[in-house]
Design a protein around this ligand. Structure first.
Ligand code: SDX
Length: 434
């Protein structure tokens, strides 16, 4: 019979005991849910550096080893042996699909790729120069106004339909956001194409020309989607969980996740990274890397090496390695082996990884360092990079949101604070205020 492991805390001359819970792999946790009731004190953990917000069986990250598992499968194996919809099935259901299960899943996705025709008019409300992420946040949030038959989060059927609608419609909505900003007509989905190929079709086809997506580019985009599909309790996933904990409908929760992902410290880093590489290139390219690195190391410059560093990975982000390989494949396919930005990025990585500022802080390339170069080479506009990240991460958000709703331990998320404001005081009538 295993004895319950205990952690003890001494505070104000008292000793308190808290149970320790062990997972399958990774750090154990100290269950402090009774701490406030016992001690009248809160824990203090801005940024949640030492806080596990939930139990989860979806994704595991070992930051020191640079390991990423989706439902136990290493990302390196999934990226090579599976496609994105297979990975969606795995993240959503917990197991890889059989051939029949896969075909059924793909068939269901294909039944939902179109959006409500009236939704196409909503795009007219945006300026043509709107950032695609602003459009995505608005469009996805508005889905609850069009699909009112899948809003009841306590109804498993509603949750299942909402999940398939989101997986299937995100590429359509993202491609429409791009078409709208360039003044081209929307392209309807083509259900004879695979998921990534259909997205490239909706992005780059026009009614006047025959368009067949390049299979190498489709496969590269499919791999980018796999690499971005889920990542444990990151900022946008935590946003989706927190929104879901209030009982908000699935479309509202995913829209909240998109909004959070937009930030340059998170999903917006790929767009920021490409802008950083472009600026270095314009200011002299490889010859100017040293000067740029010095600026990054100067705290007063407030300049970061975008695409580098990670809250969890204190080793190479396994996705960055796969992304660099994909970058190589795509540039080769397009005859861009000498792409100056790719060469610049590799030289910047080499120099940074030899510089003690980055080595001592365990700052390595993350998933965003190479993803922008691949997407730019594929003709995807920089402003849509994060939109594609959101498209890929939709399955992760859905899987985590579903897990939260099914978790009997979950309550509405409501953190407390350390109050540092004014003590109680009385209002003085305005004439008496000096
Ligand atoms: C994603 O959480 C996830 O899983 C996210 C993600 C996912 O799949 O969901 O992996 C996707 O968001 C990847 C990260 C993309 N963001 C960027 O590339 C932006 C640049 N990176 C940094 O902003 C930063 O590294 C973070 C935000 C990613 C992580 O920041 P932390 O964990 O809060 O670390 P920190 O800011 O406390 O940094 C520790 C030190 C600091 O220096 P000191 O105070 O010790 O002197 O490292 C420095 C930081 O200034 N530092 C950097 C740096 N990142 C951290 N210095 C220069 N360039 C950087 N990129």
């Amino acid at each position: 019979m295993t004895t319950q492991k205990i952690a003890t805390l001494g505070l104000n001359g008292q000793t308190y005991e808290f149970p320790v819970i062990t997972g399958t792999i990774g750090p154990e946790v100290i269950d402090i849910r009774s701490l406030y009731g016992k001690t009248n004190a809160f824990t203090f953990d801005p940024g949640f550096m030492s806080t596990a917000s939930c139990r989860s069986s979806i994704t595991y990250i070992d930051g020191d080893k640079g390991e990423l598992l989706y439902r136990g499968y290493p990302i390196e194996q999934l990226a090579v042996n599976c496609d994105y919809l297979e990975t969606c099935y795995l993240l959503k259901n917990g197991e890889l699909p059989t051939k029949i299960e896969y075909e059924e899943f793909v068939g269901t996705v294909r039944q939902h790729t179109m959006v409500h025709e009236q939704l196409t008019r909503l795009y007219q409300g945006f300026r043509r120069d709107a950032h695609p992420m602003a459009i995505l946040v608005g469009m996805v949030g508005s889905l609850s106004a069009y699909y009112q038959d899948s809003l009841d989060i306590n109804n498993p059927e509603h949750r299942a339909v909402a999940a398939m609608r989101l997986i299937a419609k995100m590429p359509t909505i993202a491609a429409m956001a791009y078409k709208y900003t360039i003044g081209e007509p929307f392209m309807y989905p083509r259900n004879d194409l695979d998921y990534a190929g259909n997205f490239l079709h909706m992005m780059f086809a026009t009614p006047c020309e025959k368009y067949e997506p390049n299979p190498v580019l489709s496969r590269a985009l499919d791999r980018i989607l796999i690499l971005h599909a889920d990542h444990e309790q990151n900022a946008s996933t935590s946003t989706v969980r927190l929104s879901g904990s209030s009982g908000a409908n699935p479309f509202a929760c995913i829209a909240a996740g998109i909004a959070c992902l937009w930030g340059p410290a998170h999903g917006g880093a790929n767009e920021a990274c490409l802008k950083m590489l472009d600026d270095i290139q314009k200011n002299g390219g490889v010859a100017k890397i040293g000067e740029f690195i010095e600026k990054v190391k100067d705290k007063n410059s407030n300049v970061k090496l975008m695409g580098f560093g990670h809250r969890v990975y204190k080793n190479y982000d396994p996705r960055a390695k796969l992304m660099r390989e994909t970058c190589h494949e795509v540039l080769h396919e397009l005859g861009l082996q000498n792409d100056p930005l790719f060469k610049l990025a590799m030289e910047l990585e080499r120099i940074a990884l030899e510089d003690d500022y980055f080595v001592s802080r365990k700052l390595y390339p993350n998933v965003d360092f190479y993803s922008g170069i691949v997407q730019k080479a594929m003709g995807i506009p920089v402003s849509l990079f994060t939109g594609i990240f959101a498209m890929a991460r939709t399955i992760g958000w859905i899987a985590q949101w579903n897990e939260m709703i099914g978790d009997t331990e979950q309550k509405i998320g409501r953190p407390r604070q350390l109050y540092t404001g004014a003590p109680r005081r009385d209002v003085r009538p305005m004439p008496l205020r000096t």
